[in-house]
Design a protein around this ligand. Structure first.
Ligand SMILES: [Zn+2]
Length: 314
């Protein structure tokens, strides 16, 4: 089974051409979604009952909801990046302290951006958007940085770890759209070209050192400071105000549904602990075990995009 899609990006007279150099033979879903048993009608009914009984539902999503949109996760057995490759996410402290590391990060992110930013919501994202429109969703918290909930139209949403579609100046805090930065990259690197093999959950790709060293990285237009995606890298902490905000939403809720997260990262897991303190019923939809299976009244090992659209949000 082919595990990644090859992409070729070449600069030609300031025009960028993107093409699939090795077409995906299985489509995005088959590549990154772990195998799961067929849908169990009894479990579907149980989830329907859980949702129907909930009047203030809080949903927390993780990487597992986006694998069906073609974005790999890190932790899934066999299909996650940790299992398939030696790739590991960048550490916050390395990014902040080292200009060469930032150069490498941005060069790779620049190459991966056209594909990463083109990902679209899948039926699970659309289902949650519909739940919000129907008044079924008290709040949605996502650990993902891919903007797919926003693309699907969700507004009652907290992006716990930020969003790759925004850029932050480390010096003055100015926020700018990531799309604008892509244009600045292109202007500064008109003859630079690279080939990328596979894109990670944060838009990262592989490049050689030689390719990286010739890549020009722009700085903040306002103050000249270094730029960083507006996301929480590993080793950094989520803004305390944002954490407090989500804790309040959890305390207001009457039930909690986890979608596509193994809850291994504490920044999301802590809200499960708050829900447990409040004795909220917890349901978990995730292929494979999670850190909180023993706290859940309902556990479903199904594809998010197959199951959630079956649930009627009344
Ligand atoms: Zn600045």
């Amino acid at each position: 089974m082919r595990m990644s899609c090859g992409l070729t990006y070449r600069s030609m007279k300031s025009r960028w051409i993107t093409k699939l150099s090795r077409p995906c033979s299985h489509g995005p879903m088959g590549l990154f979604v772990p195998p799961s048993p067929p849908l169990d009608p009894k479990k579907v009914k149980e989830l329907q009952r859980f949702i129907t009984l909930s009047k203030k539902l809080l949903v927390m999503t993780g990487a597992g909801i986006s694998t069906e949109s073609g974005i790999p996760d890190y932790r899934s057995e066999k299909v996650g990046l940790y299992a398939r490759t030696d790739r590991r996410p960048i550490q916050h402290v390395d990014f902040v302290r080292s200009a060469p590391i930032r150069q490498r990060y941005w060069a790779r992110n620049f190459v991966g951006w056209p594909q990463f930013s083109a990902h679209q919501p899948n039926p699970a994202h659309w289902a949650l958007s519909n739940w919000e429109k129907r008044g079924k969703l008290h709040w949605l918290v996502t650990q993902n940085v891919d903007a797919l909930h926003t693309k699907a139209g969700n507004q009652r949403l907290t992006e716990l770890h930020g969003c790759m579609h925004r850029v932050l100046c480390l010096n003055c805090g100015e926020q700018t759209p990531r799309g604008l930065l892509q244009e600045r990259f292109q202007d500064l690197n008109p003859s630079w070209s690279a080939e990328a093999q596979g894109v990670a959950p944060d838009g990262d790709v592989f490049l050689s050192e030689e390719q990286v060293q010739t890549f020009q990285v722009p700085s903040c237009v306002r103050c000249g400071g270094p730029l960083k995606p507006d996301v929480v890298f590993f080793g950094d902490t989520v803004n305390p105000d944002k954490v407090d905000f989500v804790h309040r939403r959890v305390r207001e809720a009457d039930s909690l549904l986890v979608v596509g997260s193994s809850l291994q990262v504490y920044s999301g897991y802590r809200f499960i602990l708050t829900a447990r303190e409040k004795k909220l019923p917890i349901a978990i939809l995730n292929i494979g075990p999670t850190r909180s299976d023993d706290l859940a009244c309902l556990k479903l090992n199904s594809r998010c995009g197959e199951l959630l659209p079956l649930i009627v949000p009344h």
